[in-house]
Design a protein around this ligand. Structure first.
Ligand SMILES: [Zn+2]
Length: 163
């Protein structure tokens, strides 16, 4: 029997199917007791529509692997940030033509000040590497992505926004 942790780690993210839940950094804990498994995940942002899908996918994968009693819990604190995406995850995004988020580093605890203007991020084109890119739309195919275009290779691409 494959370990519950290995099964859970290999489930793909519903919104970014090039990444596993482990790459995305949303898997907090996988506890295994015989055929009972308790998985704790932190959604990528509160109200994330993919959460129900993640829960269903985890339950399906673990059930298929022989775990008959699966519980998926969510932990909202500490809040997930794009810094939780693994190095492997960033590499996979770039390989699939999606500009990965920049590392932001530790944030101050407490409420995050709301800024109306996004920071002027320098996002390199995942195809040609040019930094000469601009944002076309703050929201791409999903809320976590922005749509950008490259002035050099003229190709549009998606960028995972830093949060
Ligand atoms: Zn380009």
């Amino acid at each position: 029997m494959v370990s519950a942790a290995a099964v859970a780690a290999s489930v793909l993210d519903p919104e970014l199917p090039v990444l596993t839940l482990a790459d995305l950094g949303v898997l907090r804990e996988v506890r295994e007791q015989g055929e009972r498994v308790v998985v704790t995940i932190t959604p990528t942002y509160s109200g994330c529509p993919a959460l129900d899908e993640m829960r269903a996918d985890l339950t399906r994968a673990l059930t298929a692997a022989g775990y008959t009693d699966v519980e998926v819990r969510t932990a909202l604190a500490p809040a997930w940030t794009t810094d939780w995406i693994s190095e492997e995850g960033l590499r996979k995004l770039a390989e699939h033509g999606i500009a990965p988020p920049a590392r932001i580093g530790p944030r101050a605890a407490g409420p995050v000040p709301l800024t109306l203007e996004p920071p002027a991020a320098r996002v390199a084109c995942p195809r040609c590497g040019s930094a000469n890119t601009r944002e076309l739309s703050r929201f791409g195919s999903t809320a976590c992505k922005a749509l950008r275009s490259c002035a050099d290779c003229k190709e549009p691409f998606e960028h995972i926004k830093e949060i």
